[in-house]
Design a protein around this ligand. Sequence first.
Ligand code: S3P
Length: 438
Amino acid sequence: MSGMDDWLTRPAGPLCGRLRVPGDKSISHRAMMLGALSDGVCRVSGFLEGEDTLATAAAFRAMGVRIEADGPGRRIVHGVGIDGLRAPGAPIDCGNAGTGMRLLAGLLAGQRFDSVLTGDESLSKRPMRRVTEPLARMGARIDTGDGGRPPLRVYGGQHLRGGDFELPVASAQVKSALLLAGLYARGTTTVREPHPTRDYTERMLASLGWPIEFSPGFARLDGGHRLRAADLAVPSDFSSAAFFLVAASIVPGSELVLEAVGMNPRRTGLLDALRLMGASIVELNRREEGGEPVADLRVCHAPLHGIEVPVALVPDMIDEFPALFVAATQASGVTVVRGAAELRVKESDRIAVMAEGLRSMGARIDETPDGAVIHGGTRLNGGEVTAHHDHRIAMSFVVAGQVAATTVRIHGCSTVATSFPGFPALASGCGMGLAAEA
Ligand code: S3P
């Protein structure tokens, strides 16, 4: 069903059970990239079998890296060393993945060969100058398509040099692109962020033995070292767990346990926001897996109230706003989101698309340039919405459908497989009303 483009939801009774969502998308991309550049064999577990991360694995196979699948979520990456990649015979198709394309732009800028990066319709509309411009300051040569958009043509054989970058937007993708180029640069590459973002590139480089200094909002490394191989365990993706956290919070009588969810503080902003709204979410069995904090999360239905989402939380929940918008429609009072203009350049314009869909279901939402004002306490109607081929929008509308008065037909759901291929089965398994369109 996840391959079908239209989904139909029906209102749900209480959600219950225990479930484990798939591996983290951000970490899975990086495991393929850094595993490929290491000296030796990296065994990866918990790898996300999603289209985005499969595209990244295929990119490295095309550049001569042997990657074997020895079970679901398991990969054996035979690293070729920092200078061992070969020219791909054809353009590299990054699919829907902004992370894949932007990080690869940095990594490929340091190679001896030329390469071309392409993407699907949604990725082809996304801004790339945010990476190509700072990379050019390191000596990279990258051509973009019209308006700074994909495809990217990356010229090899350039002599990169380090630099000190103060980023204008809080973006882990931009930071990571610069750090990956920095592996190949002469001298020191320093990145400073306006707000700290996820630090998976820094952590994984350190765990593979590359000398790196980092703290929230800051990272610095020198070129010219090597990566040693190590086993990499990928925790469950907090962003995938988010849909279940919101669904169980708003469907009366629900109680769900989400197992082994990645709890990196740069990812869990939604937890803080939902708790400020009155949600009942308890962390059980907090522990470390693969160098990342994880916990089982028990979420029970609770009455929510509107909040002003603290701007400092925005980067830590940047992918979770579509789900938060749904929660806000069910909260009493008003929820205000500000400082989140980045939502307009994700897989879709997530402010516009959520406002359009939820409004058509009867919600009251005022869009602002960098956020929205959501008037809660709405009994949503059923109807028809479109996810604009954005995976997180589709799953958020599924959650909204659970509390709607009647069925909701959602167009454009096939991209859910980019980040969460098993979503329909897990969602139905815990009691959500979800089926392929009749
Ligand atoms: C990601 C960073 C974020 C996030 C994306 C994954 C990453 O993007 O939205 O889903 O893996 O580095 P930005 O860097 O554009 O904020």
